[in-house]
Ligand binder design. Structure first.
Ligand code: GRF
Length: 193
């Protein structure tokens, strides 16, 4: 399955997808010209586009015939129209155990709240993404937080989890290993790692 990846920044999650031999990253879109992830794409010989325009983004993804759109640190809010156009085929990685701490400052919010456990969520994007990082949860992994932890080092440890969990979710999706039943996602046993 061909995968299109949307980024805004460093692109370490994009790199994890590129480095996975079982995943075909067909194209990359960044809404920021300075995004470090663009360099990663070009190093891997992957065509990229810089645009903040949704119609251009959608046309580019269509031209590359992507079966899955992955939001890997994409900081722009997608319209309900865009989400419907790629309905059930958009995946997001978020640095908290949703539905706790949605939004752009999830790690700092969780640490400030004093949580003893946080983690990573990979979920499918529905129309509610507009406000709340909602949508059926594909995979989650939890991690302990100690009193001395700060947002910076928690972010670092979460990244390590993301770089494992996101490629795994993409592989599951590509292999037809997940089935959405209402809000819940069934991961077919034979596809469990
Ligand atoms: C990740 O922490 C992801 O969960 C969040 O944005 C960050 C992107 O990091 N949505 P990178 O650009 O993949 O390094």
């Amino acid at each position: 399955m061909r995968v299109g990846v949307l980024i805004s920044g460093t692109g370490s999650n994009l790199q994890a997808l590129i480095d996975d031999d079982a995943i075909d990253v067909a194209c990359v879109v960044s809404d920021r010209a300075q995004a470090g992830g663009l360099e990663r794409a070009s190093r891997a010989g992957i065509e990229s586009l810089v645009t903040a325009d949704e119609a251009e983004t959608a046309a580019f993804l269509d031209r590359h015939e992507v079966g899955l759109v992955v939001l890997a640190g994409y900081m722009r809010i997608l319209s309900a129209e865009f989400v419907r156009r790629f309905s059930g085929r958009i995946m997001n990685v978020h640095p908290s155990l949703l539905p706790a701490f949605p939004g752009a400052h999830a790690v700092a919010d969780a640490v400030e709240h004093g949580v003893r456990v946080t983690g990573v969520t990979v979920h499918l994007v529905d129309d509610g993404h507009v406000a709340a990082d909602s949508g059926p949860i594909v995979l989650q992994e939890a991690m302990a937080v100690s009193y001395d932890d700060r947002a910076e080092n928690v972010t670092e440890r979460l990244h390590e989890i993301e770089h494992r969990l996101l490629p795994r979710a993409v592989r599951l999706f590509s292999a037809g290993g997940i089935e959405v039943v209402g809000r819940r996602v069934r991961v077919r046993d034979e596809h469990l790692a």
